[in-house]
Design a protein around this ligand. Structure first.
Ligand code: COA
Length: 150
C-alpha cells in the first residue's frame, strides 16, 4: 500500500471518512485545517486519515478509516504508524486521538500502537451528534482521549 497526502484538487474520500465519523459537517470542519492522507492499493483508495494541529507541538488524528473489504488485514495499523512517522518528521512532540467509549476494536488498536488513555470527555457524542450512536450494543456517549509522546 502506498500512503500519500491527498492532493487539494482530488475528491475527498467521504465514504471512507464517514465510516469513522457519522457527521459530514464535523468532517468538513476538521478537513479545513487538517491534512488528509490516503492509502492506495492498485490505484484504489482503501484507507484514509486526517492529521490536524491542535497546539504548536500537538497534532491529532481526527479520522482514520479502512475500506470495509480491507479491514482486519493490518492496514489500520500501517496508517497509524505512518501518522506517527509524519508527526515526528514535522517535529510534533505529542500525537493524540479520541474514540468512543463503545469503540472496543479501536481502543485495542490504538493501545497496541503505543497510545495511552489520558482522559474522558464525558458526553462528547451526546453534545455534538444529533442522533444517538450505538456500537457493540453500547451507547456511545463519552470520548476516550489517548496520547502518544513522540
Ligand atoms: N477487537 C480486537 N482487536 C482489534 C479489533 C477488534 N474489534 N479491531 C482491530 N483490532 C486489533 C487487531 O487485532 C490488530 O492487532 P494485531 O496487529 O496485534 O493483530 C490491530 O488492532 C490492527 O488491526 P488492523 O487490521 O490494522 O485494523 P483495520 O485495518 O481493520 O483498521 C480501523 C482499524 C478502526 C481503522 C477500521 O476497522 C475501520 O475503518 N473502522 C471503521 C472506522 C472507525 O471506526 N474509525 C476509527 C474511529 S475512532
Amino acid at each position: 500500500m502506498k500512503i500519500r497526502k491527498l492532493n487539494k484538487k482530488e475528491k475527498i474520500p467521504m465514504d471512507l471518512l464517514l465510516l469513522a465519523d457519522p457527521s459530514e459537517k464535523m468532517i468538513h470542519n476538521y478537513l479545513k485545517q487538517g491534512v488528509c492522507f490516503v492509502g492506495e492499493l492498485d490505484g484504489q483508495i482503501i484507507g484514509v486519515f486526517v492529521l490536524s494541529q491542535q497546539e504548536p507541538n500537538i497534532v491529532e488524528i481526527m479520522n482514520i478509516a479502512v475500506d470495509e473489504d480491507y479491514q482486519g488485514k493490518g492496514i489500520g495499523k500501517q496508517l497509524i504508524h505512518h501518522a506517527i512517522k509524519s508527526a515526528k518528521e514535522e517535529a510534533y512532540q505529542t500525537i493524540e486521538i479520541g474514540t468512543g467509549n463503545s469503540s472496543i476494536g479501536q481502543l485495542t488498536l490504538y493501545q497496541k500502537c503505543g497510545f495511552r488513555i489520558v482522559g474522558i470527555d464525558r458526553d462528547f457524542f451526546v453534545r455534538n451528534y444529533p442522533e444517538p450512536i450505538y456500537e457493540n450494543g453500547i451507547h456511545c456517549r463519552d470520548m476516550i482521549r489517548l496520547v502518544k509522546e513522540l
